[in-house]
Design a protein around this ligand. Structure first.
Ligand code: 9D3
Length: 225
């Protein structure tokens, strides 16, 4: 799995790519991720990436040439799947994440300002994704969401394949409640069954609690299943 990110803020990705599961996956050579600076693909003295919109109106629009130059270079030697993160995109969900993990070579394009010149979309974008109905300042945080979710699906990244398999959304249910030491916190005890050593009873209790949580908070997940 290789992921290239193109952004005017490559610095945002530094610690993110080095920390936790994503950092370990890279260190283990399971995923290769690189953040490119869009301004490195400009050809003017000011390295500008935006201009005023044709037709007027407020705000600025990202110009096409740096994007086209970046897409010419990234993936020139191989076949890549180019994803534009944008509020107009299809909503990201677990099914889409699993599909992306199977693609292999992804390029994540992070927009800023009011948006990108429409011709970039027409010429080089394969897929457009949003992470939800709220306004972000640009695609960078959304790209991190895609990276983290996709990396988890790469075989070997999550130590036990089993834990991905049993994960929330995979079985269509929300998670059951978790407890660890100490046994009493603020007067609240750990449910007795979890300390019983009865693995069958524990597993039944967890299933029951997962169903209860799903019914209460996300009944839509039960309808679909
Ligand atoms: C306030 C500006 N909006 C006018 C209707 C349009 C707009 C343009 C650019 C709103 C947000 C953005 C920047 N957002 C993204 O690039 C973005 C995003 C998001 O805002 N929400 C959820 N997913 C994504 S993916 C990329």
């Amino acid at each position: 799995m290789r992921i290239d990110v193109v952004t005017i803020f490559p610095g945002l990705f530094g610690p993110f790519l080095e920390t936790s599961l994503v950092g370990k996956a890279r260190a283990a050579g399971l995923v290769e991720i690189e953040a490119w600076d869009l301004r490195d693909f400009t050809s003017d003295r000011h390295r500008s990436v935006d201009d005023e919109p044709y037709g007027g109106g407020g705000g600025m629009v990202m110009t096409a040439p740096p994007w086209l130059a970046a897409m010419d270079r990234i993936g020139a030697d191989r076949s890549v799947h180019r994803i534009l993160l944008s509020p107009q995109g299809d909503r990201l969900d677990d099914a889409r994440v699993r599909k992306l993990a199977e693609v292999g070579d992804l390029v994540l394009m992070c927009g800023r300002y009011e948006g990108i010149d429409e011709r970039v979309r027409e010429l080089v974008v394969d897929e457009e994704l949003s992470i939800g109905d709220y306004v972000l300042n640009g695609g960078e945080v959304a790209a991190m969401v895609v990276i983290e979710a996709v990396c988890r699906q790469v075989p070997g990244v999550v130590g036990l394949a089993d834990s991905v398999e049993n994960e929330s959304f995979r079985n269509g249910l929300l998670d059951y409640p978790h407890y660890t030491r100490p046994p009493v916190v603020g007067g609240l005890s750990v449910p007795e069954v979890l300390r019983s050593g009865d693995h069958k009873a524990i597993s039944e209790w967890r299933r029951r609690m997962a169903l209860r949580a799903t019914r209460a908070k996300r009944p839509d997940l039960l309808d679909e299943g």
